[in-house]
Design a protein around this ligand. Structure first.
Ligand code: ZN
Length: 200
């Protein structure tokens, strides 16, 4: 089938199709939408992306992304200095910040240990984490890792790594989600919720 669009538009579609959540069909729809909204959307988006590509850096302290190093989170003096929240990815840091439940500092690991994918301790931002904890001032490390096998393997590894430095290592509770109904939960979630039951 002959292509109905030129190479420039095809390139735009191909790049959009690489975004999470966008398949080839939705990338085509998104590209067409951008092209139709050339002045309001396509041009400003292109400019915003150019600026982002030029100025965004990874924070040398926590691994967050920002236009400054240290990042805005690390540089914020109103945050609790004694609590460090360890997350797998920047998206997790953003999710916790959106929830506005804790005003602490973060540490982004950049993934989880995975024998299957060949991810070892050296591939994660662990040396920097140990250095931050060993540097003093941190009293509690909260492991806000995913409730996956790899997430939990990583949690155990990080706990063993940090415990000798005299910090309290805690992790998120696993269980029934707020508003969740028992009959719809999977066995793993139900079992974890029962194991980690709390007194009323
Ligand atoms: Zn930072």
């Amino acid at each position: 089938m002959a292509s109905v669009t030129g190479p420039e538009i095809e390139r735009l579609i191909q790049l959009l199709a690489k975004l999470p959540g966008l398949g080839p069909r939705s990338a085509r729809r998104a590209a067409l939408h951008l092209i139709k909204k050339r002045e309001q959307l396509l041009a400003p988006l292109g400019e915003a992306m150019r600026v982002a590509a030029e100025r965004i850096v990874v924070c040398g302290t926590c691994g967050n992304v920002d236009t400054a190093d240290p990042c805005a989170v690390c540089a914020d003096p109103r945050r609790e200095e004694t609590i460090l929240v360890v997350v797998e990815d920047v998206s997790d840091l953003w999710a916790l910040e959106r929830a506005q439940v804790i005003k602490a500092r973060y540490h982004v690991l950049g993934g989880t240990l995975s024998a299957l994918d060949g991810v070892g301790p050296k591939d994660l931002n662990l040396d920097r984490l140990v250095a931050r904890v060993a540097g003093g001032g941190v009293k509690e490390v909260i492991l806000a890792l995913n409730a996956t096998v790899d997430g939990q393997t990583t949690a155990h590894y990080v706990t063993d790594l940090l415990t000798p430095h005299g910090v309290s290592v805690t992790r998120l509770a696993h269980g029934v989600p707020v508003g969740g109904e028992l009959e719809y939960l999977d066995e793993g979630t139900l079992a974890a919720a029962l194991r980690q039951r709390t007194a009323l």
